[in-house]
Design a protein around this ligand. Structure first.
Ligand code: IPE
Length: 259
């Protein structure tokens, strides 16, 4: 079983509110199908989440009543996005169902309480891929907060034994500085905790849940116990399929866990 995160930067255009990258998603779903591997899919929110979440400071938790319509709108938008992702998975021949985290889980001071494992495990047991995503989630301490897809990944990996975890992004991997503004940026083939301390991987677009360095921290956290954890560029055709099938491909691998 392989856990895949389809990042918001690949499945949406992060610069434009609610712009879905249907072509890329359709191709990535076909690559999953062609690999023949069993997967669980998590996806990001991209411009269906970050734009309004940032505008209304939703990651700060409840501050004033004017945030409430924005909470409802982001919940609507990310469910809409998830419906489109699931439509592409189903069209590619991968039976899938969207499982909105904010509709069946809560957080406690930004930590996800995942006590609904049964529904996820039963979908998997019947050969249906549960698809979870970054969402606005009610929070016991803060009223509500932003849940990232990366947090969901970590929680899922606590009760499902994934052999591999693949983060699909719009860059080839982790660079020693931002490749979008530095032409000389060098790609790390592997990163460890020590590498992470030296990188300047700031994100150049609006993102309320952190940039590439933050993603890498999540990856390192998930790379312990011999589990392979990769960051790949989903905009390059064939890379996801190669990563799934264990073939050589351009990527960054996280090694050795977080400590
Ligand atoms: C963010 O989820 C969720 C919201 C902003 C509602 P992610 O952090 O997983 O999304 P991406 O992959 O960065 O777009």
């Amino acid at each position: 079983m392989i856990l895949i995160k389809l990042g918001g930067s690949v499945i949406t255009d992060k610069r434009e509110y609610r712009r879905f990258n249907r072509e890329a998603v359709s191709r990535l779903c076909r690559e999953i199908r062609e690999s023949g591997k069993e997967v669980v899919v998590v996806h990001g929110a991209g411009s269906f989440g970050h734009v309004l979440a940032k505008k209304h400071a939703l990651n700060d938790g409840y501050r004033d009543p004017e945030q409430i319509p924005a909470v409802a709108q982001v919940c609507y938008d990310v469910r809409d996005l998830s419906g489109m992702v699931v439509a592409e998975l189903n069209a590619a021949g991968i039976p899938s169902v969207s499982v909105p985290p904010g509709s069946c889980m809560v957080m406690d001071d930004r930590s996800l309480v995942m006590d609904r494992q049964e529904v996820i495990l039963r979908f998997i047991g019947k050969g249906i891929v549960p698809v979870m995503f970054g969402d606005v989630v009610m929070d016991r301490a803060l009223g509500f907060a932003i849940l990232s897809g990366d947090q969901i990944m970590e929680r899922l990996a606590e009760f499902i034994d994934f052999e591999k975890v693949i983060f699909v992004s719009d860059i080839d991997g982790l660079y020693d500085c931002d490749p979008k503004s530095n032409r000389d940026a060098a790609l790390y083939e592997t990163v460890t905790m020590e590498t992470l301390e030296c990188v300047d991987a700031g994100s150049s677009v609006d993102d309320v849940t952190g940039g590439v360095a933050e993603k890498m921290r999540w990856m390192l956290r998930m790379s312990g116990h011999g589990r392979e954890c990769m960051l790949i560029n989903g905009n390059v055709p064939g890379r996801l399929r190669s990563a799934l099938m264990g073939e050589e491909t351009v990527c960054t691998r996280a090694v050795g866990g977080l400590s």
